[in-house]
Design a protein around this ligand. Structure first.
Ligand SMILES: [Zn+2]
Length: 137
């Protein structure tokens, strides 16, 4: 291999242009690491794209070579199910709460309208709503 072999170009042509370990993806910041730390070994299997953090952590063996290889070679598929597992439940709870709040506001409005003049009721209502809003959250 020539002395100034462009291993960076080779790595970017072969692998996704993201840090193999953490997924960071600004190409200008990404580095190409020699997995065995031998800078003359430019075989594609010895190269991995890493961000400066992960590169340093691999050099210090905080991230193992085994992990780097595994992360480099596994498919980069995002599984949103892991994050969204109870999104439906949360949305249902929010709906339930806002329905209950609406119902309570309507009841207050009705009660106050029955008590006094409309103008008076609106004044009381905005006070009551301000109070109940400050309790929320
Ligand atoms: Zn990284």
């Amino acid at each position: 291999m020539p002395k100034h072999f462009n291993y960076r170009k080779l790595a970017f042509e072969t692998y996704d242009p993201v840090c193999a370990h953490c997924g960071f993806g600004i190409p200008a910041v990404l580095e190409v690491a020699h997995i065995d730390c031998d800078r003359s070994n430019n075989d594609i299997s010895n190269l991995v794209i890493l961000c400066p953090n992960c590169h340093k952590m691999h050099d210090l063996d905080i991230i193992s070579t085994e992990t780097i290889l595994q992360m480099r070679d596994r498919p980069k598929v995002v599984d949103w199910k892991k994050r969204m597992k109870n999104a439906g439940e949360k949305a249902a709870l929010t709906r339930k709460r806002s329905m209950a709040a609406k119902k309570a506001a309507e009841t207050r409005r009705r009660n106050m309208a029955a008590e006094g003049t409309v103008g008076d009721a609106f004044e009381k209502l905005s006070l009551a709503e301000a109070k109940s809003n400050s309790k929320v959250g």
